[in-house]
Design a protein around this ligand. Sequence first.
Ligand SMILES: Cc1cc2nc3c(=O)[nH]c(=O)nc-3n(C[C@H](O)[C@H](O)[C@H](O)COP(=O)(O)OP(=O)(O)OC[C@H]3O[C@@H](n4cnc5c(N)ncnc54)[C@H](O)[C@@H]3O)c2cc1C
Length: 381
Amino acid sequence: MKLPLVVAGGGLAGAAAACLLARAGCRVVLLEREAGPTDKICGEFISMEAQHYLRLLGLDLSAHGAQPIRRVRLVRGAVAIDVALPFVALGLSRRSLDQALIDCAAANGAEIRRDCTITHLGREDTLTLDIAGQGRIEADTIFLATGKHELRGARRRPATQAENLVGFKMYFRLTSAQRNILRDCVEVLMWPDGYAGLQNVEDGRSNLCLLTQEARLRAAGGDWQRLLDDLCRTQPHLARRLEGAVPLLARPISIFRVPYGFLHKPSADDPAGLYRLGDQVAVIPSFTGEGMSIALHSAAVAVACYLQGDAALVYHRRMRNDFAAQIARASALYRLGRSAQGQAAMMWVARTYPAALRLATSLTRIPPHALARQSALAAAG
Ligand SMILES: Cc1cc2nc3c(=O)[nH]c(=O)nc-3n(C[C@H](O)[C@H](O)[C@H](O)COP(=O)(O)OP(=O)(O)OC[C@H]3O[C@@H](n4cnc5c(N)ncnc54)[C@H](O)[C@@H]3O)c2cc1C
């Protein structure tokens, strides 16, 4: 009997791929480490492109309480500038979104195995996955969607920008006055060695997701609360937002050394049946709010390639073609935003030529031709 297709990892990329494969009538097994829905580090800004793919999968994000976002507010020191977004983004927790996608995959017939930690990918004669405490499974085709972190046997080349950055996310219940000020808006707060996104999500919660240099965390004795207190002392805007706010997680979710700028370089040595999805194929700086759409786009393209008999190499070349310019531009903007002069320049542009800022953000999105090509393929399939 033909081996089932295996999707390794049930985040956005993996769950979307499982959903599309099952919908196309394939036998598919999705392996996910977490036993149930979990919170994930993410700003939870869902771009227009991500919404496009989620709609195609049949998800109604407003039914899950997604909050509309029409403006970005850039904040540096005491200065705040609002710029209208060129589309309506949405804010929804990853806990809800990822679970909705897994439910969608299950409803289409994918077999979901939770509490399955893959410890190794073998790529000798056949592809194999070792699962902690559950033995080994063999597969002709694996969609590798285990996210940012490395999997033994499937290491990626180091990213050009793997820096000593740390990330932190916490949900807060803000006072109603502060939550109202955030309505319709994502705030991007910048300081000399980092930035944060603050936006509302469902159930009256607001998500603060920040990235900063590891040295700042060290200076705070490795204590996130002290780091946040230190930031609030120097960032009056953040202090105002968080005044009277109640943290909603027992401890923040954190991440270290995100491999920003990584883009998988296809090689003839890559196994023909190993398709890398999402953060396993490309990691864009998170300020763009495009990581989720890259994950969903990669899933859609990988499944289309698989169904029309294209080897993984063809798919990986397409991904490089789709994302190389986008990631290069995002990385350049990201580098610019890390200097005081760069931040000041961004504020000046936002104030003087908001349309130029909108154009800059559109250059960090999935190119329209790539989206159009994928939609045409989906329609033909
Ligand atoms: C600080 C920060 C903020 C961000 N903000 C945004 C944003 O606002 N908007 C946006 O679009 N993008 C954002 N991103 C990017 C976005 O979160 C990712 O690009 C996206 O989650 C990638 O999806 P994925 O499916 O590839 O990986 P993930 O969503 O990470 O999913 C990977 C899945 O694999 C599972 N897994 C991992 N290892 C194993 C294993 N060994 N065995 C079995 N299962 C495993 C995990 O449990 C997880 O469910 C942000 C990223 C960071 C770091």
